[in-house]
Ligand binder design. Structure first.
Ligand code: AMP
Ligand code: MG
Length: 267
């Protein structure tokens, strides 16, 4: 189940052939929500173990078009985990200082340490997406980044980090509906920017950039999952399934007591 949306092998494909409709994969929203809540409860327990063990690291990367559901995923899937053991990082337009360094500098600084779970809301992948589509740097600069990213992620993997990458796949129609909802509700205006409307004009270019990115950077050590995300309830379930299956495989263990506490008396 958890491997349903995993990309296999490095072959070219078209995103238009991969469904954005989660309901194609699940017959009932209520049933899906029940399973999701049970998984979320499990995630809280297993995240505590990961933290208590203090050895392994888990990195979750979220990429999507604007209004694709990155923030909602973080809010829903990670609700209730111990904030001490989970760090969320949102990557914005790079600062002057960040631009003065290589594109992975700001990323490497905040990858999870031992026992930690890191969640990236956008990531180093922006450097082959927005940067490519809007010609922020020439192709001779962004093209080698696929390989640089693969090597970087290999390094993280080889030093104890499990990496899961999710592309939240929504349709152009669904993006329109979500933008409209943001416009119609003043309490959602803060999520809306005119820049988003501008970027929507480049939808096809973004899809092409995503396709090549997914093809070139899905590796055995850092696979991509293309999650049908038009229905939030399915998206949450599909992502939770992958994260839970992965943590269980990592199997973090509570450390045994240092010494024998059998005779300890608390006065
Ligand atoms: P938001 O996620 O809505 O807060 O928006 C963050 C903005 O930062 C988006 O428009 C991203 O495309 C942009 N951004 C993130 N990383 C980069 C990058 N490396 N280069 C250029 N723009 C970026
Ligand atoms: Mg935005």
């Amino acid at each position: 189940m958890s491997e349903l949306h995993k990309l296999e092998g490095k072959r070219p494909f078209s995103l238009t052939q991969l469904p954005t409709e989660g309901k194609l994969y699940h017959y009932d929203r209520d049933v899906a929500e029940e399973e999701f809540k049970a998984l979320r409860k499990e995630l809280r327990e297993w995240q505590t173990r990961l933290y208590a063990e203090g050895k392994q690291k888990l990195l979750v990367v979220l990429q999507a078009m604007d209004a694709g559901g990155k923030d909602g995923t973080i809010r829903s899937v990670f609700q209730g985990v111990n904030p001490q053991g989970v760090r969320v990082h949102s990557f914005k337009v790079p600062s002057k200082e960040e631009l003065d360094h290589d594109f992975l500098w700001r990323i490497h600084k905040v990858v999870p340490g031992k026992g930690m779970m890191g969640v990236f809301n956008r990531s180093h992948y922006e450097d082959v997406l927005v940067v490519r589509v809007h010609d922020i740097v020439p192709e001779a600069v962004w093209r080698p980044r696929y390989e640089q990213i693969n090597q970087f992620e290999k390094l993280l993997h080889d030093t104890g980090t499990r990496i899961l990458k999710f592309y939240l796949h929504i349709s152009k129609k669904e993006q329109k509906a979500r933008f409209q909802a943001r416009l119609d509700d003043p309490s959602k205006h803060w999520k809306f920017s005119l820049e988003d409307v501008e970027k929507r004009k480049y939808w096809d270019d973004y899809m092409a950039a995503y396709e090549e990115m997914l093809e070139k950077t899905t590796t055995p050590w850092a696979p991509w999952y293309v999650i049908p995300s038009d229905q939030k309830w399915y998206r949450n379930l599909a992502i939770s399934r992958v994260i839970m299956a992965t943590i269980k495989e990592m199997n973090p263990l509570y450390p045994s007591a240092e010494g024998d506490f059998g005779d300890v008396v608390i006065e």
